[in-house]
Design a protein around this ligand. Structure first.
Ligand code: NAD
Length: 480
């Protein structure tokens, strides 16, 4: 057997073992084998990473560099990512059974995160206000300091890059702690940053579990910003930990997205996106359209077409080009999703298709259920897997009420060809993002975040600028 790969911490531009040399195993969920090991970060490693980032911020060139120069450095990293995109995608596919074509797509979006924020910080201007009093005032956006970033396993590289890119673009230094389930691609990103010539300490990668590695960086008073993507439960811990030293937090948390299909929708389009919205990445998407509401008049037809499209998805090895759908990201996660499926069965859910695979794989097949009570756990709670719960509705008001009847509010989708209804419903939905006749399309200039249990704050474009900088007002008298 070939020797297992190792993913260390990257601290001060050097890839290192943990100080106590502890490691943890990294699994391939498709083959169910341990294919790598990663450094198990402890408090001493977190301390080393923070010390490095702090020094790089307080004394190093990065925050003092011109904006054009910093943009160039980040574009160089993006160039290297482009050159090595197959390797990055291979790591994510191996690490979490993401179909390779989807992993390649994610790498492309990760590269765009870096390019976008490199240009945004270079080109974006503050406001200038001439004042009637004979002054003018303007805003300045200086870096905030050391950023602790914590990312989940469902889009290992993309979610991490969404945090790292604006953080470093605005002149901060950063410690990223990837999920313990998926340390590979983010560690490679750290290696590429070294290769791109980043000064030591600008991007530190700290591998390990939430406790102690994650909590050690969120709770340290040398950290100035905490940006977290993960579950709502962990988000509360992260917020409490950051509060001990009053670090502002940005939390991107769970979701239970509503997808509303009206009778006048283009059904081919609605079916296509309904499938993407809940079965892409095996449903392990915070933005998943996991609650589907279909208007009565088209219910039977829509369900027949949706079910057929779900059953047509090729399930298999993530590296087989025909594969559209593969195993869940870990045994632990498979057990969690399987238990929701069993609970839906015991609660009398009507299964149109799907269920837990019985071949020993960690696959839960694309699953479509209706007939669940509105307070049933599989209907209300985030399953984070390929399980769609469906209900019918009669009126627009009822659809909006059903969609908004949740603790979450990350996103929603609606399908209609009626322009006024599209705007009206989009406006009435309680969600950070609403997609009309589409899904998963992002413009990085717009706000991204969630309402209620789905998060605190917004990132994207100027929203990221506000979070990752210390905006300052300068008021100047004009001599007359
Ligand atoms: P998780 O909350 O279990 O873990 C997320 C990260 O937090 C991991 O890196 C983990 O090691 C770390 N962590 C755990 N405990 C910690 C602690 N006490 N202090 C600091 N860090 C800690 O989430 P997950 O299972 O990795 O990811 C799935 C969740 O992420 C889902 O709920 C999903 O909806 C959410 N998510 C949200 C978005 C979004 O943009 N809103 C995007 C992707 C995923």
């Amino acid at each position: 057997m070939s020797e297992k790969q190792f993913f260390g911490h990257i601290i001060d531009n050097v890839e290192v073992e943990s100080i106590d040399r502890q490691r943890f195993d990294v699994w391939n969920p498709w083959t169910q084998e341990i294919w790598a090991q990663a450094a198990e970060g402890g408090e001493a490693d977190a301390d080393a990473a923070i010390t490095s980032a702090r020094k790089a911020f307080d004394e190093g060139p990065w925050p003092r560099m011109g904006r054009v120069e910093r943009a160039k450095a980040i574009h160089k990293l993006a160039d290297l990512m482009e050159e090595r995109s197959n390797e990055l995608a291979t790591l994510d596919s191996t690490n979490m059974a993401k179909p390779f074509a989807q992993a390649k797509h994610d790498v492309g979006r990760s590269i765009w995160n870096f390019r976008f924020f490199a240009d945004h910080q270079r080109d974006s201007c503050g406001e200038v206000y001439p004042m009637d009093s004979g002054h003018h005032s303007y805003s300045e956006f200086g870096p905030a300091g050391v950023v602790a970033a914590i990312s989940p396993w469902n889009f290992p590289l993309m979610m991490a890059s969404w945090k790292i890119a604006p953080a470093i673009a605005w002149g901060n230094t950063c410690i990223i702690k990837p999920s313990e389930d998926t340390p590979a691609s983010v560690t490679m990103l750290g290696r590429l940053a070294v290769e791109a010539g980043f000064p030591p300490g600008v991007l530190n990668v700290l591998n390990g579990h939430g406790m102690p590695a994650g909590s050690a960086i969120t709770g340290d008073d040398r950290v100035d910003r905490v940006t977290f993507t993960g579950s709502s439960t962990t988000g509360k811990h992260v917020m409490a930990s950051a509060a001990t030293h009053l670090a502002p937090v940005s939390l991107e948390l769970g979701g239970k997205g509503a997808n509303i299909v009206f009778e006048d929708a283009d059904l081919d389009n609605a079916v296509y996106w309904a499938v993407e919205a809940i079965f892409r990445n095996a449903g392990q998407i915070c933005l998943a359209g996991s609650r589907l509401f279909v208007q009565k008049g088209i219910y039977e037809e829509f369900m027949a077409r949706f079910t057929a499209a779900a059953e047509a998805l090729t399930i298999g090895d993530p590296f087989d080009p025909a594969t559209k759908f593969s195993a869940l990201a870990s045994k632990r996660h498979f057990d969690k999703v399987a238990s929701y499926v069993e609970s839906a069965q015991s609660l009398g859910g009507n299964f149109h298709t799907g269920g837990v695979a019985t071949d020993g794989s960690w696959v839960v097949r694309p699953t479509i259920i209706d007939g669940l009570a509105l307070d049933a756990a599989p209907y209300c709670e985030e399953i984070f897997g390929p399980v769609c719960v469906v209900n019918s509705f009669e009126t627009e008001e009822e659809a909006v009420h059903l969609a908004n009847d949740t603790r979450y509010g990350l996103n929603a989708m609606l399908f209609t060809e009626n322009l006024s209804r599209a705007h009206r419903v989009a406006s009435n939905l309680k969600a950070g993002t609403v997609w009309v006749n589409c899904f998963f399309i992002r413009d990085l200039r717009t706000p991204f975040g969630g309402v209620g249990d789905s998060g605190v704050g917004r990132e994207g474009g100027n929203f990221s600028r506000e979070f990752f900088t210390e905006p300052k007002a300068v008021v100047m008298q004009i001599a007359r």
